[in-house]
Design a protein around this ligand. Structure first.
Ligand code: ADP
Ligand code: MG
Length: 591
């Protein structure tokens, strides 16, 4: 066929295809989730672009997905009326690895295989379009972009390093717009080509897709049909002069036919009344929307009205994905009047340190053609951001108030660093951040405490909040500066994470009590006896001079201390100098 061009896959695709075909046997059914999510993305793209280019909808305004299963031939087709692909887009999208998620999948797979683990990675990551080859040995993609006047057909097979593209010539197969995937199922996977099976999978995996998904189902309706009467009876009744009709008998039969059946719930969950949505539904929405494995730790569903109107559901994940702060996260899905706009605007809606929060935000006040530039300038977005941040804090506070202390410990372990970063980056929210911090102390070495618990535990005469920075609880415990405070039964926070001290220094105080580093030389415990000190100073001044001479430049000064009770001497930081811990940090950074 001269119309048919052959292409080679990018090397990574070959590798991925090989894995899919030969090694991934569990959880094959996710193919449907992946393909429906592509259809939904294509519809989202079209809906979004048509706001400014209404002409894109000239070939029909219906935006939907239709799935048909042919069990006799083991074929599943998935048709969407979305944006479709031009020939070049076909080459770019279905011959190369289009998204970084797939590359990450490969990396994670390699790591887990090296570690000898068999985690269910495909369920967690998905491998996008290529997951079609989990169940199919041949896939045909026929697609028509509104930007092109031709429809193209991509064809690939499971055990081949190449695919073909040709123009669609069969008039019966022409689409007004969009994409039709035809999956020729492998012998052992033909079971997926059952309408009931497809319906079940759609309900399970694509319940929260915001476009209608129809599946081709056999239906039956009852019908009254006339049946021939028993001739002898007819005669009998005919005698008493009743009408013809009365004599006829009817029978109820079930008439079978095939039709499209709406299979998903298209009302977005965030538009529903929070009182009517169960935790179960939120969790499921979260897992499906963000491709998560575990339920979230907390969620918050709210509507704001007045100056700015929007609806949102926010979630705190229960685990942290690696390199979260710096990698481009897709945590917040922004909608305008239910139209999906982008999942790339996190930075505009949330400060960086809250980038672990996931959710959807649907605004009625933003323009549909909103861009990053518009978001950055917008007063509305500034108000939204403020509200979203507050709600995020309320949600986190909620976890900390949970009866189950483990929940917050888990949160803190995963996301504590982010809140410490917040102490540095967001002065405005210090009041909200501080109560969420947790520390060990000389009175609580195994269980983290909050600043509120610290304050409650303060001695009546105690004015400040004491802390000591060290690289572990053990070394903090042995700090000589602690002795006097321990004697007085003062609680001292142990700042054992390098970021703790920076966070505390940014906060400066909590509930009008200053944070005081007990290793600084001017520590005043309010119990000085000046007379006695003067005496002792004089008595030992020669000793001090002698030690200073011996140590030379290694120390700035040698002095008599009133801070020790059993240790003979201690090295302290100068009042204006770095603490020992900060010095360690600085050294680590310059190395
Ligand atoms: P991802 O969806 O993460 O981008 P996929 O492997 O699932 O990765 O899909 C690759 C690309 O193929 C998509 O980004 C999109 O450009 C294109 N594509 C896949 N399915 C469709 C479809 N039904 N309609 C239009 N484009 C599609
Ligand atoms: Mg995809």
């Amino acid at each position: 066929d001269s119309n048919c061009e052959k292409f080679e896959y990018q090397a990574e695709v070959n590798r991925l295809m090989d894995l899919i075909v030969h090694s991934l046997y569990s959880n094959k059914e996710v193919f449907l989730r992946e393909l429906v999510s592509n259809a939904s993305d294509a519809l989202d793209k079209l809906r979004y672009l048509s706001v400014t280019e209404p002409d894109l909808l000239r070939d029909g305004v219906d935006l939907d997905v239709r799935i048909q299963a042919d069990k006799d031939n083991g074929i599943v087709t998935i048709t969407d009326s979305g944006i479709g692909m031009t020939k070049q887009e076909l080459v770019d999208s279905l011959g190369t690895i289009a998204h970084s998620g797939t590359a990450k999948f490969l990396k994670a797979l390699k790591e887990s295989q090296e570690a000898g683990k068999d985690s269910n990675l495909i369920g967690q990551f998905g491998v996008g379009f290529y997951s079609a080859f989990l169940v199919a040995d041949k896939v045909i993609v026929s697609t028509k972009s509104p930007k092109s006047d031709k429809q193209y057909v991509w064809e690939g097979e499971a055990n081949s390093s190449s695919y073909t593209i040709r123009e669609e010539t069969d008039p019966e197969k022409l689409l007004p717009r969009g994409t039709r995937l035809t999956l020729f199922l492998k012998h052992e996977d033909k079971g997926f080509a059952h309408p009931e099976k497809i319906q079940k999978l759609v309900k399970n995996y694509s319940q929260f897709v915001s476009f209608p998904i129809y599946t081709w189902q056999e239906k039956g309706h009852t019908k009254e049909v006339e049946v021939d009467e028993d001739p002898t009876e007819a005669k009998k009744e005919g005698d008493d002069g009743t009408t013809e009709e009365k004599k006829k008998k009817t029978k109820t039969v079930i008439e079978k036919y095939w039709d499209w059946e709406l299979t998903n719930e298209t009302q977005p969950i965030w538009l529903r009344n929070p009182k009517e949505v169960t935790t179960q539904e939120y969790n499921e929405f979260y897992r499906k929307t963000f491709n998560e494995y575990l339920d979230p730790l907390a969620s918050s569903h709210f509507t704001t009205e007045g100056e700015v109107e929007f609806r949102s559901i926010l979630f705190v994940p229960s685990v942290k994905k690696e390199d979260l702060i710096d990698s481009k996260t897709k945590n917040i899905r922004l909608y305008v009047k239910r139209v999906f706009i982008s999942d790339d605007f996190d930075g505009e809606l949330f400060p960086r340190y809250l980038s672990f929060v996931k959710g959807v935000v649907d605004s009625n006040d933003l323009p549909l053609n909103v861009s990053r530039e518009i978001l950055q300038e917008s007063r509305i977005v500034r108000i939204m951001r403020k509200r979203l941040v507050r709600k995020a804090f309320d949600m986190i506070l909620g976890i900390s108030l949970s009866e189950n202390r483990d929940d917050y410990d888990r949160f803190w372990e995963n996301f504590g660093k982010f809140l410490k970063l917040g102490c540095m980056e967001d002065k405005e929210n210090h009041k909200r951040l501080a109560p969420l911090l947790r520390f060990f102390s000389n009175q609580s070495e195994n269980e983290l405490i909050s600043l509120d618990e610290y304050v409650e535990n303060m001695k009546p005469e105690q004015k400040d909040i004491y802390y000591v920075a060290a690289d572990s609880v053990t070394s903090a415990k042995n700090a000589p500066f602690l002795e006097r405070l321990t004697e007085k039964e003062y609680e001292v926070l142990f700042l054992v994470d390098p970021m703790d001290e920076v966070a505390i220094q940014n906060l400066k105080s909590y509930k009008e009590k200053n944070f005081v580093d007990i290793s600084k030389e001017d520590l005043d415990l309010g119990d000085k006896n000046e007379e006695k000190e003067k005496e002792i100073k004089q008595e030992f001044s020669k000793t001090c001079d002698w030690i200073k001479k011996r140590l030379g430049d290694k120390v700035a000064r040698v002095d008599i201390s009133h801070r020790l009770s059993s240790s003979p001497c201690v090295l302290v930081s100068g009042k204006f100098g770095w603490s020992a811990n900060m010095e360690r940090l600085m050294r680590a950074q310059t190395m």
